[in-house]
Design a protein around this ligand. Structure first.
Ligand SMILES: Nc1ncnc2c1ncn2[C@@H]1O[C@H](COP(=O)(O)OP(=O)(O)OP(=O)(O)O)[C@@H](O)[C@H]1O
Ligand SMILES: [Mg+2]
Length: 765
């Protein structure tokens, strides 16, 4: 039921209740009035009856007319009163009224008979009337009592009705309050809660009031509103979440983008860091993308300058693709392709083409990786060359060593024979021929030893300029007149730690070659210079160490060399010269000597264009020894009387040396090896003045013999060997004034001079 209906009903109920109470009170008041009037009548009747009772006796006794009249008057009055009560008041007990009326009639009839009665009878009647009157009076009293009781009942009834009405009203009010609480306050609270929830953003709140009244309507509207709000909020929330999600997605995207950018940058940097050429090419060999390495290989600063151009134009200087093109092959075969190509600038490239497939197996583009292997190839060739040289050197060295011993013996004997023979004797000419042939052979073995770097060397600090200048006189004699010889000296000093003889040999060999290359004359320039050979040069040349070098440059305008000749010039016995003209040891010697000095040689030559040979010697820091002219060879050979222990395993050489020494006055105790040397030493230790020990002997070598003897008593010693004295220094024999070195082949002159040098001046007897 609707609140309005209910409240209307309630209002009606309250109004009716009030009306009821008012009418009830009115009815009560009317009833009260009626009863009061009736009571008053009853009272008057009772009073009239009471008076009648008193009058009756008198009337009956006297029985006078007057009295009669008065008696009747009273009787009428009583009858009127009864009449009045009977007609006006409906509440009066009719029976009592009738009884009173009857008694009144009886008394009247009695009275009418009085005059005919005797006194005695009268007395009796009086008594009867008295009883009747008394009865009548009692009836009157009953009447009053009945009215009173009615009144009392009415009072009680009204009291009850009043209470009922009050209770009804109270109940109504309680009901109303309960109703208010139940039907209005509750929903109001729900709605209030609802609004409070809405205000805090809780749109999920529902009143859930299922009613048909206004509250129901309000609640439904509220719930609807909350629903709408919630759905709106949900959609707003959804929107918010969507925005948030989108933001997150955007952030992720940005992050991914940044990652991708960084990756691409790293990838680009990586590709640019690769020194090889990396290019992306299309079917026409057009460059679509290139790395920095590709640009650098073309001396361009940016790879963008390459994009859009053709591979064959850029690197091969052509107008059409090359015959061998791995990229074209790759497009054709759909497989990786490789090739080694030469570019016009003299570079060698290892090329590799890798296909890039599109949809299906179609090759869309090709990535070409080009590696400049020029230096690598050069290094490879140089390594091979170096290995070859090393092998040849080893072989040449060992041959030369043995050969030296033989030569030393031949030369020794020849020279001895020459000493014994007088000049002009028939044999002396042959002997001189043998010696000169031996000298040539010795020179060859020297060359071989120099090449194998086993030639003894005597390093000292020189200024390269001075060294060359000191050699000028000799060269002037060597060089033909049709050759224009020029010197270009470096202005600064060029200190080098060199074996002067070896460097002079180097110059001589190179000048001889230059001269041979200019059979019809030409220009020959000898130049000195200082250069700094940096890491880059080391890398590109593939040899040498980084550092400062003194360079000796010998240039001729001769016939030059082709590539094949150039590749082999350092090989021992490689010569293009006719037999007897060249041994092919000149440049091998140069190579060995310069290597020995930790330098390197470069030759630039082209057929018909002349040749430039550059000899790099590491620059030394220190006091430069003034280059001096060679001292003239002494004519007279020194003699001596001392006793010498000579240990040499090569019998021929030992005998030659012993003969030489003996011929010149010395006592020689010979030993064929180290062990024998020690035995002989034990036997002659008191008389010995000098030890001559071959460095390399079977069983016990020279060094061990030397050390054993030295531990007993130090002796002046000459170490003889075909190897460098440095090797001995390295092997633990320190060379001093007392211990000197003599390299093979040993000429008798050199031997006698060195022996005298070590032993000192001959003591006068
Ligand atoms: N300046 C040069 N110009 C042209 N060719 C040269 C020059 N120097 C050397 N060669 C070539 O190198 C070869 C080897 O030279 P190398 O000096 O080693 O031997 P050789 O001169 O032939 O003989 P050797 O020097 O022993 O008398 C020569 O035969 C020659 O063909
Ligand atoms: Mg030569």
């Amino acid at each position: 039921m609707k609140i309005r209906t209910l409240s209307n009903l309630l209002l009606l109920f309250v109004v009716l209740s009030f009306l009821g109470i008012i009418s009830f009170n009115l009815a009560f008041a009317l009833k009260e009035e009626t009863l009061k009037a009736e009571e008053e009548l009853a009272d008057s009747l009772t009073h009239a009856l009471f008076l009648a009772v008193q009058e009756d006796e008198w009337y009956f006794r006297s029985g006078t007319v007057f009295d009669k009249e008065s008696f009747h008057g009273t009787q009428r009055k009583i009858a009127q009163l009864i009449e009045k009560i009977a007609t006006e008041n409906r509440t009066t007990d009719r029976k009592i009224l009738e009884s009173i009326s009857n008694i009144n009639s009886t008394i009247t009839s009695l009275f009418d008979r009085i005059s005919s009665l005797t006194l005695k009878e009268r007395e009796q009647e009086i008594f009867r009337v008295k009883g009747l009157r008394h009865l009548q009076y009692l009836e009157g009293k009953n009447l009053v009592k009945s009215i009173y009781e009615k009144r009392k009942k009415i009072h009680e009834l009204f009291h009850l009705a009043g209470n009922g009405l009050t209770a009804a009203l109270g109940f109504t009010i309680i009901f109303f309050l309960f109703y208010l609480r139940r039907r209005i306050h509750g929903p109001l609270l729900r709605l209030e809660e609802g609004f409070a929830a809405l205000s805090t953003g809780n749109f999920a709140y529902r009143t859930d009031l299922r009613r048909n009244d206004e509250f129901g309507l309000l609640a439904r509207n509220f719930d609807g509103m909350a629903e709408t709000l919630q759905s709106t909020t949900v959609s707003v929330e959804g929107l918010k979440r969507e925005i948030e999600k989108r933001r997150e997605t955007e952030a992720t995207l940005r992050e991914e983008e940044e990652k991708l950018r960084r990756l691409s940058q790293e990838f680009h940097t990586l590709l640019n860091a690769i020194p090889d050429n990396l290019t992306l090419q299309d079917r026409d060999l057009k460059i679509l993308w290139a790395n920095r390495g590709a640009a650098h290989s073309l001396n361009l600063s940016s790879s963008e300058e390459i994009v859009g151009k053709y591979c064959y134009t850029l690197w091969h200087n052509r107008t059409a693709p090359c015959e061998i093109c791995p990229v074209q092959e790759c497009f054709k075969t759909k497989r990786e392709a490789e090739a080694t190509v030469y570019t016009p600038d003299g570079r060698i490239w290892d090329l590799r083409a890798v296909p890039l497939f599109g949809k299906g197996d179609e090759v869309v583009n090709v990535i070409e990786v080009g590696r400049d292997v020029t230096v690598h190839r050069k290094l490879e060739a140089q390594l091979l060359q170096a290995q070859k040289m090393e092998a040849i050197g080893l072989m040449a060295g060992s041959v030369a060593h043995d050969f030296n011993n033989i030569l030393s013996a031949i030369m020794g004997y020849c020279q001895l024979a020459l000493i014994k023979e007088k000049r002009g004797e028939p044999l002396s000419h042959y002997l001189e021929q043998i010696v000169s042939s031996c000298e040539r052979a010795a020179a060859m073995t020297q060359g071989l030893l120099a090449f194998s770097r086993k030639q003894p060397a005597n390093f000292a600090l020189f200024d390269l300029n001075d060294l060359v200048r000191g050699f000028e006189k000799f060269l002037r004699r060597l060089v033909r007149e049709d050759i224009c010889l020029k010197y270009l000296y470096a202005e600064e000093k060029l200190p080098v730690m060199v074996d002067r003889g070896q460097i002079e040999q180097v110059i001589m060999n190179l000048v001889t070659n230059a001269q041979d290359a200019m059979p019809r004359g030409g220009g020959l320039t000898i130049e000195t210079r200082s250069v700094y050979h940096d890491e880059e040069l080391v890398r590109t040349h593939g040899y040498g160490k980084a550092g400062e070098y003194a360079v000796l440059i010998i240039t001729d305008t001769g016939v030059g060399m082709d590539k094949n000749t150039l590749q082999r010039v350092f090989e021992p016995f490689f010569t293009t010269k006719s037999e007897g003209k060249g041994t092919g040891l000149g440049l091998s010697t140069v190579y060995g000597s310069v290597k020995r000095h930790e330098g390197f040689v470069n030759i630039y030559s082209e057929p018909g264009q002349g040749t430039t040979v550059k000899v790099y010697l590491p620059m030394a820091r220190g006091k430069v020894i003034e280059a001096r002219e060679e001292a003239p060879v002494e004519e007279t050979l020194p003699t001596g009387k001392e006793t010498i222990l000579l240990a040499e395993d090569d019998q021929a050489l030992r005998e030659a040396l012993a003969t030489t020494l003996k011929t010149f006055g010395y006592t020689v105790i010979e030993a064929a090896d180290g062990e024998e040397a020690l035995e002989k030493f034990d036997a002659h230790r008191e008389t010995l003045d000098l030890l001559i020990l071959d460095a390399i002997m079977p069983r016990i070598n020279g060094r061990q013999v030397y050390e054993k003897i030295k531990s007993i008593k130090p002796y002046k010693t000459i170490i003889i060997s075909g190897y460098s004295k440095d090797i001995f220094a390295q092997n633990g024999i320190p060379l001093t004034e007392e211990v000197i070195f003599l390299s093979k082949p040993i000429s008798p002159v050199a031997l006698l001079k060195r022996v005298r040098e070590v032993l000192g001046e001959i003591k006068s007897p």
